[in-house]
Ligand binder design. Structure first.
Ligand code: F0G
Length: 427
């Protein structure tokens, strides 16, 4: 199995460019990485992933420090990426918060929260976009496109704009949070609102990309996941620096399952280089909303393939997805690390959003799914009380102001008068 955790580092095929190539995870065919635009395998239509002749060790990663440029954030990991640097805002280097009250409440030995909402456009998508747009420049494409539940569109618009490329985004009408549309709009993307869900938008944009209308920058694009795998590197480095060991488990929200696939790839590469022991790989644990949980269904059923859900609904609109295209990469990731997947209700998501906010960590609903899932798995006894856990929060609170108002306190109108204010405070 090419996606096993302990598969040795592959030899570079002839088509490799500077030690980098694309390989099909289904049939093993290999392709030159930057000669033609290609999203899936020519031979069997399977998913592609970037491979490297020399997988990274921790020593390969830069020290960090400079305020901008290649020593900061995502590009500090350039030895594990296909290029030295691309259009950068800069992204990555996000905080790994301690959350003492939440940790005690959940009842695990250690709980840290990796807040990806602190990226330049407010979500982890920036990590994938800085690499994806760099590849788009290499391929000399004129326009970029994506389908999105919102965050990808915000990142695409910002990075595409900075690269002076045209950007087109397809959004499910009425189902994208206000902050995200505002970003795509101001960063000058052309926005098409489709009368259908995210999966329908992705079907259309894939067809547009196949016809050469634009370069596809959804997570089906293997280079997006290269940028996102730096989340895994950062978590391992930062957690080890503080705890002298690695986390037992990483819990993350799952939509298209790109991040799950990307984290697994980070761990596989470190195992291949000998930098990480197989036994130290964190258990990847995916969380979906009950109304959009095809990955959870596949894990529970022991299925090799994910059944597409046509009707999906959840308050966590970022993960309102019924056809996770990266499932063939993510299912082995969850299984081979000894992880699991769990579905949570919208109310459990909102409760977790409030609990994070009480610790000063402001996240959008989809992000809080990770904490909601951890709580549920603790209640079920799937997660032990002696575990060291990292929850990933993927997007910032301000992405979805309406959900924040719903979950939080109502403002109280008051007269412009101290007496009136005091009277109100006494009640
Ligand atoms: N959390 C947030 C805030 C997201 O925006 C997404 C995906 C996910 C989690 C799920 O990540 O797809 O890698 O499993 N948002 C995409 C978008 C689909 O269009 O912004 P995944």
């Amino acid at each position: 199995m090419t996606l096993d955790l302990d598969t040795p580092a592959p030899d570079a095929p002839e088509c490799a460019d500077d030690g980098v190539w694309l390989a099909c995870i289904a049939c093993g065919s290999t392709f030159a990485p930057f000669e033609d635009v290609r999203y899936t395998c020519d031979d069997c239509d399977g998913l592609l992933e970037a491979r490297y002749a020399t997988p990274p060790t921790f020593e390969d990663f830069g020290e960090g420090a400079s305020a901008d440029g290649p020593d900061r954030g995502v590009w500090r990991y350039r030895e594990a990426l296909p290029f030295d640097i691309g259009v950068t805002l800069p992204e990555g280097d996000t905080p790994l918060h301690t959350v003492p009250r939440l940790e005690a409440d959940v009842g695990v030995e250690t709980l840290r929260v990796k807040h990806e909402g602190m990226n330049p456009t407010g979500s982890f998508k920036d990590r994938g976009m800085t690499v994806g747009v760099r590849v788009a420049e290499e391929l000399d494409v004129g326009a970029l496109a994506c389908a999105s539940t919102g965050n990808t569109s915000a990142a695409l618009a910002a990075y595409g704009g900075r690269a002076d490329l045209e950007t087109l985004v397809l959004l499910p009408a009425g189902k994208v949070a206000a902050g995200k549309i505002a970003q795509a709009s101001l960063h000058d993307a052309r926005i098409l609102e489709v009368d259908g869900n995210f999966d329908a938008c992705l079907d259309i944009v894939q067809e547009l990309a196949a016809r050469g209308e634009a370069y596809l920058l959804n997570s089906l694009n293997p280079f997006r996941l290269e940028g996102q795998k730096t989340i895994g590197f950062e978590i391992l480095e930062a957690f080890h620096a503080d705890h002298d060991t690695y986390p037992d488990r990483i819990v993350l929200p799952v939509g298209n399952a790109g991040n799950t696939a990307a984290l697994y790839k980070a761990f596989r590469e470190l195992v291949q280089s000998g930098a990480l022991d197989v036994d130290d790989v964190p258990k990847l644990t995916g969380v979906q909303a009950e109304g959009a949980a095809p990955m959870v269904e596949a894990i529970e059923d022991g299925a090799d393939e994910v059944r597409r859900w046509e009707d999906v609904e959840t308050r966590a609109t970022a993960i309102r997805i019924g056809n996770p295209v990266n499932a063939p990469k993510a299912l082995p990731g969850i299984r081979n690390t000894g992880g699991t997947a769990v579905a949570v209700s919208d109310d459990e998501i909102t409760d977790a959003q409030r609990a994070l906010a009480a610790e000063g960590v402001g996240v959008e609903p989809a992000s809080a799914a990770s904490v909601a899932g951890l709580r549920k798995l603790r209640r079920q006894g799937v997660v032990d009380d002696d575990e060291r856990v990292v929850c990933l929060t993927t997007g910032h609170l301000l992405k979805d102001p309406d959900a924040a108002y719903e979950a939080g306190n109502d403002p109280e109108p008051v007269e412009n008068d101290v007496g009136a204010v005091l009277e109100l405070l006494e009640n």
